[in-house]
Design a binder for this molecule. Structure first.
Ligand code: NAP
Length: 248
């Protein structure tokens, strides 16, 4: 298990599901976790668990749809630590599963705001701090929805946001490659036993799925200073790194 001792790590969507498991895994490896989500009570429970592991966390109750709060977060991290070593951009919304023509514009804007724009705003706010790390590591949570050859009907909103997020991650990787110590990864969890998956697939038996705790070590590996790939997608179901290709 790679040590992340003294690394400063921001995890968005840390109140439950994949983000919570990642926050615990990073803390277990010695990172100081800055845990962000809207639900303060769940963040406090996470804090208790991190303390039990002998770790430390800073809680950030925040709605990522409030983009100016993301700028304030960057300023606060700068003030306290002067750098950021790890960003896990995990928070996301499923949004409504519906024909594109039936989606309420407010719903469209809300999901785009959290899944896409907030992640760009995180880069905008935190890039100078990641540059000040000796090994800035960034992981964004992708999805099979954005990469599958046959898009699923009615998943258009969610899939569009994940495709946009992939391109934000790949563009950031291209911008930082060779000239900085930053490495950017995308992670496809595949189906994991979380609230989002249960909402998407209500008929599925959750006990047939892998858990966020199963996936967390693979995500933590992408956060380690010795991880040197950038602009690639780690596919958890296949357990391997994938490169993007030009269309045939
Ligand atoms: P989840 O159980 O629904 O958790 C989502 C997390 O995001 C929660 O901590 C939630 O916290 C946070 N969040 C949502 N909206 C937010 C906002 N406006 N501001 C701040 N935080 C917000 O989902 P999950 O299954 O763990 O998914 C995590 C990521 O993996 C997502 O990006 C998802 O698209 C991706 N993914 C999941 C699966 C899967 O099978 N589970 C598959 C592929 C991709 P609060 O509600 O407390 O704010």
């Amino acid at each position: 298990m790679t040590s992340l001792s003294n690394r400063i790590a921001l995890v968005t969507g840390a109140s439950r599901g994949i983000g919570r498991a990642v926050a615990l895994e990073l803390a277990r490896r010695g990172a100081h976790v800055i845990a962000l989500a809207r639900t303060q009570g769940a963040l406090e429970e996470l804090d208790d668990e991190i303390r039990k592991l002998g770790g430390e966390a800073t809680l950030v109750p925040c709605d990522l749809a409030d983009h100016e709060a993301i700028d304030r977060l960057g300023a606060a991290i700068h003030e306290r630590w002067g750098r950021l070593d790890i960003l896990v951009g995990n928070a996301g919304l499923l949004g409504v599963l519906s024909p594109l023509g039936h989606i309420d514009p407010k719903e469209w804007d809300k999901v785009m705001s959290v899944n896409v724009t907030a992640n760009w705003r995180l880069i905008r706010s935190l890039d100078p701090l990641l540059q000040r790390s000796d090994a800035g590591r960034v992981v964004f949570m992708s999805s099979g929805a954005s990469t599958r050859a046959e898009p699923r009907a009615y998943w258009g909103l969610y899939a569009t946001t994940k495709a946009a997020l992939d391109m934000i991650a790949r563009s950031y990787a291209a911008e930082t490659k060779n000239i900085t110590n930053i490495r950017v990864s995308m992670f496809n969890p595949g189906p994991l036993r979380t609230a989002m998956r249960a909402k998407a697939m209500p008929g599925e038996d959750p006990m047939t799925l892998k858990t966020p705790e199963d996936a967390a070590p693979a995500i933590a590996a992408l956060c380690a200073p010795d991880w040197n790939e950038t602009g690639k997608l780690y596919d958890f179901p296949q357990g391997k790194l994938l490169s993007f290709r030009d269309p045939a």
